[in-house]
Design a protein around this ligand. Structure first.
Ligand SMILES: C[S@@+](CC[C@H](N)C(=O)[O-])C[C@H]1O[C@@H](n2cnc3c(N)ncnc32)[C@H](O)[C@@H]1O
Length: 205
């Protein structure tokens, strides 16, 4: 059964803020400085869409954004966001099932891959990779384990909670870095958050 974040849409942001404070927001806002003026951007798994408003604070106009989100309830909330004069196309579908004509200068995958098994990761990663132009920027943020005992406890609790509620398939973090390495992405910047449990990375294709 594919994951379904519909059940969590109405409380997702409140819960994540209760657990992580502003860390999940800061981790994503940190990445937005790497987006050039007038960029053509693909956002995958944007959740309730608050990232659109953060993006609009930095770029009130000139962006072309394709926003792909599988959960209909998340998408409904995203569509209500202030996107200024930017052009936004909303696609309520799994990214791996979307065929897009354009290639993008920037892709953003915020806490998307932690949901996936290695197999799904490979499919989704390859699909997004094909949509990014050579020299394009891939902004990725997700959890990582750096050896602190509480990280495993928190991660396992999240997997259990979202498995019961949203049927996510993962029970451990997939190895995303290997895919970036295999496709010869260059890591050009990174920053950690929440005592290094979260890492935001900027890659160039
Ligand atoms: C862990 S949530 C993160 C939400 C948001 N990025 C945030 O940080 O608040 C993952 C999101 O990815 C969406 N998602 C999962 N698989 C997807 C797929 N294959 N294509 C598009 N969206 C997907 C889920 O519906 C969910 O909203």
């Amino acid at each position: 059964m594919p994951s379904n974040y519909n059940n969590s849409a109405w409380f997702y942001d409140r819960l994540s803020r209760a657990v992580y404070g502003r860390a999940l927001i800061n981790a994503q806002v940190y990445l937005l400085q790497y987006i050039p003026q007038g960029a053509n951007i693909l956002i995958v798994g944007g959740g309730t869409g608050w990232i659109l408003e953060e993006l609009t604070k930095i770029h009130p106009s000139g962006l072309t954004i394709t926003y792909v989100e599988i959960a209909a309830d998340m998408m409904a909330l995203s569509k209500k966001r202030n996107t200024g004069e930017n052009e936004v196309v909303f696609i309520n579908e799994a990214i791996e099932n979307v065929s897009l004509q354009s290639v993008f200068n920037v892709v953003i995958t915020p806490f998307l891959f932690d949901n996936f098994t290695e197999q799904t990761l490979q499919t989704v990663f390859n699909h997004i990779h094909g949509l990014l132009e050579p020299g394009g920027i891939w902004l990725n943020t997700d959890f990582q384990i750096t050896g602190k005992w509480w990280q495993n406890v928190l991660l396992k609790s999240m997997f259990l909670f979202f498995r019961i509620l949203c049927h996510i398939e993962a029970s451990r973090l997939p190895d995303v870095e290997t895919h970036f390495n295999q496709h010869q992405y260059k890591s050009i910047a990174s920053q950690t958050f929440f005592s290094a449990f979260i890492i935001s990375k900027v890659y160039r294709k």
